[in-house]
Design a protein around this ligand. Structure first.
Ligand SMILES: Nc1ncnc2c1ncn2[C@@H]1O[C@H](COP(=O)(O)OP(=O)(O)OP(=O)(O)O)[C@@H](O)[C@H]1O
Length: 226
């Protein structure tokens, strides 16, 4: 599994035009193997989030090409990309964006209910499976606002996994957590790569988190520093 390519970015170049023309990404190219745990690091303003948004197919205004799971995504319509993301990519952000007045279970089920591909029973079963994996099975019926920050971030991971994405992308997924919860999220990501062959790409400012991942891509001034 480790030899399959999950993602390939080639000659990615991006400009911002406001307030003036500015090249934020300069000929970025790399591959990520299936089941790899990759971190993107670099100083503030080096272009990490901009790159992640291109890799996640949310940003389509760039030069170069992006292939995920052998599908060329560059040039596809927004609808096609949204469908692709639903099926293949899970997202975890610095802020969990949970619906705080809903139960943990409802939050986890929501992205699958929206897809409307499986029965509610199947989705609920999968949601409980994910919550168990994250040590949250006893919290399922609580309101999300009753959980600690670390627990809420784990709910966000359970939600990101609900449609069985092959790639999980994180934009500072532990940016808001203390060191114990950071370690916990790291271990969960590691487990997902090992046991489920899922691929992780995470932007981080945390040196330990990056050092312990399989590979670090360090950006400086929009370029990969070897
Ligand atoms: N929408 C935008 N319009 C213009 N410039 C932008 C825009 N978004 C980001 N930038 C600029 O592009 C550069 C890279 O931003 P980006 O957010 O990718 O950096 P980053 O490495 O993720 O930083 P941080 O670690 O602080 O989150 C910065 O100089 C930023 O000011």
């Amino acid at each position: 599994m480790k030899n399959k390519i999950a993602l390939k970015a080639d000659h990615i170049v991006k400009y911002f035009y406001e307030p003036e023309k500015f090249q934020v990404l300069k000929d970025i190219g790399f591959e990520v193997k299936t089941g790899e745990f990759l971190t993107l690091t670099g100083k503030s303003g080096s272009g990490k989030s901009t790159l992640l948004y291109i890799l996640s197919t949310m940003d389509t205004s760039y030069e170069g090409s992006l292939v995920i799971n052998n599908e060329l995504l560059t040039g596809r319509s927004q609808n096609q990309l949204a469908a692709f993301r639903n099926e293949h990519i899970g997202f975890v952000f610095q802020f969990h964006y949970l619906l705080l007045d809903f139960t943990v279970l409802d939050n986890v089920m929501l992205p699958a209910l929206k897809l409307n591909k499986k029965s509610k029973e199947e989705i609920e079963h999968k949601a409980y499976e994910n919550l168990k994996l994250l040590g949250l099975e006893n919290q399922a019926l609580k309101m999300a606002n009753k959980l600690s920050g670390g627990q809420q971030q784990r709910v966000a991971i359970a939600r990101a996994l609900i449609n069985d994405p092959s790639i999980i992308m994180g934009d500072e997924p532990t940016g808001n957590l203390d060191s114990k919860n950071t370690r916990n999220v790291f271990d969960i990501f590691k487990q997902l790569t090992r046991e489920k062959g899922q691929t992780i790409i995470a932007v981080t400012h945390d040196d330990d988190f990056a050092r312990n991942s399989d590979r670090v891509i360090d950006l400086s001034d929009g370029k990969i520093v070897q």
